[in-house]
Design a protein around this ligand. Structure first.
Ligand code: PLP
Length: 478
């Protein structure tokens, strides 16, 4: 049926605002190679630029977009650009960006099949492609999430549901009160996002039992000894890519421990960025055994290079995943047998994230991702070699993948002064504006991290990072 409800003013307002956004976006993108990566503005400066009471009267949509950009620009980091090495950060690819814009324009609710069969089916295809890209079993269930934290939550809620069933109760239905405790084991390097999830889940952030992980990978004998003390079902959280220095737990060994545990065990793997090693035949040795996991969490806004926010979770047992999240209600019926994403994630209504991921995967293909991932790892290796060859800096740990952890060294400083120098060095490199790095602690010492997972980064960018680090290492007063 055709309807004629033409509103030329609304169409013109949309077009005007979109044209402004388009002009601002293309100017920003073309400025990326040259612009300062960050201005590091003070909170007071940003508050002065942006804070105000809710306006009483409205204004023209195109002018609104323009005004925001002008007022906020000092606080916009060039994080999608090639020299943002902070945290673990990707930068949107052209196809992903176009897909993301279109997702906003068509404004689909990707929670239910009935509200957007296109969004639900696209998400299913994206999940299939991701399993194919990483060599994960095609039968695994999954869902897109807002990031790896939510993907960890999806995996760990499934684990909780499984453990409850082993112990004879329904965790989602009846809750945990009065039930035997469910034990979680991991390494000392468990990511804080997984710890956050354990708090959300009612396990408690402080209850996770941690085995030592000298050098990054968990000590398998120490983990086995921990498991020996636990009679009941256990959730094992493994690291595929520890965030400080990029090391991997031996996932095959973790799967063996899972299989051998008398009370039963669930293996959840946090592969936020490390899962991407599985897309490269050269690097896949790092993730060996991941296909034996019970659940896997990863990020799309990191190494898939799609815009925030985007992640994904896979769970081997589709029935457990549905049990954890399924909810019925009179008003959500009518999906005609189609797939309802909301029965696989905490949310109901949700953004159509699948479109940006679909466009990104289609535009690069398997070969494009493999090449980009290997280039990032080569860039990290080049930087690590430079660190090793440069007396003013030292490597904190070998770099097996895409994260290089290092520190500035200066003769004549005690540990405290040296740690202080390194904390200030992070800030000084950020303020320099050529490259952006972030700080951490490794083996009890302050350190600096550079993570390589942006599709745009070239060896020339690595050279600029080196120059910025070398200048700060030389000039920063002790
Ligand atoms: C980034 C990261 C997370 C958290 O991911 P978000 O997308 O920020 O929620 C979890 N685990 C690891 C290993 C990470 O690197």
């Amino acid at each position: 049926m055709k309807t004629a409800n033409h509103d030329p003013a609304a169409v013109a307002a949309s077009e005007g605002a979109l044209q402004r956004a388009h002009a601002l976006a293309t100017a920003f993108l073309s400025s990326l190679p040259g612009r300062s990566v960050s201005h590091v503005p003070a909170p007071e400066e940003m508050a002065a630029a942006l804070d105000e009471a809710l306006p009483e009267a409205g204004s023209d949509p195109a002018g609104v977009v323009d005004e925001w950009f002008g007022r906020a620009e000092r606080g916009i980091t060039a994080s999608p650009g090639p020299r943002f090495f902070g945290f673990v950060t990707g930068g949107v690819t052209p196809a992903a960006l176009a897909g993301d814009w279109l997702a906003s324009a068509i404004d689909q609710n990707a929670g239910l099949w009935a509200s957007s069969p296109a969004a639900a089916q696209t998400e299913l295809v994206v999940l299939r492609w991701l399993k194919e890209l990483f060599g994960l079993p095609e039968q695994w269930a999954g869902a897109l999430t807002s990031g790896a934290t939510m993907a960890n939550l999806v995996g760990l809620i499934s684990a909780r549901q499984w453990a409850g069933r082993r112990l004879g109760f329904d965790a989602a239905g009846d809750g945990l009160a009065g039930q035997p405790p469910i034990v979680v084991v991991a390494s000392t390097e468990i990511h804080l996002s997984a710890v956050k999830c354990l708090g959300t889940l009612g396990f408690g952030r402080n209850q996770v039992r941690r085995a030592r992980a000298p050098g990054g990978p968990v000590d398998i004998a120490a983990l086995a000894a921990l498991l020996k003390e636990i009679a009941g079902p256990v959730i094992i959280v493994g690291n595929a890519g520890e965030v400080n220095t990029g090391h991997f737990d031996d996932l095959s060994a973790l799967a063996d421990l899972r299989d051998a545990h008398p009370g039963g065990a669930w293996l959840h793997v946090d592969g936020a960025f490390g899962l991407f090693a599985a897309a490269s035949p050269r690097l896949a040795v790092l993730t060996r055994g991941i296909e034996r996991a019970d659940s896997v969490a990863a990020d799309a806004h990191k190494w898939l290079n799609v815009p925030y926010d985007s992640g994904f979770a896979f769970v081997r047992d589709a029935g457990i995943l549905r049990e954890a999240f399924a909810a019925g209600g009179a008003y959500v019926v009518g999906s005609d047998g189609g797939w309802d994403p909301f029965t696989h994630v905490p949310e109901m209504s949700r953004r159509f994230r699948g479109l940006a991921a679909w466009c990104a995967l289609k535009a690069f293909g398997r070969a494009g991702y493999r090449t980009m991932i290997e280039r990032c790892v080569d860039n990290a290796a080049a930087f690590a070699r430079w660190v090793e060859a440069t007396p003013a800096v030292e490597l904190m740990n070998p770099a097996p993948l895409n994260i290089v952890c290092f520190r500035v060294v200066r003769a004549g400083l005690d540990d405290a002064a040296s740690d202080d120098l390194n904390r200030r060095a992070v800030r000084a490199i950020q303020q320099d504006g050529r490259a952006f790095v972030t700080g951490t602690a490794w083996n009890g010492r302050s350190a600096i991290r550079a993570a390589f997972d942006n599709w745009r980064t070239t060896l020339a960018d690595v050279t600029l990072l080196q120059a910025a680090v070398a200048d700060v290492a030389k000039d920063l007063p002790a």
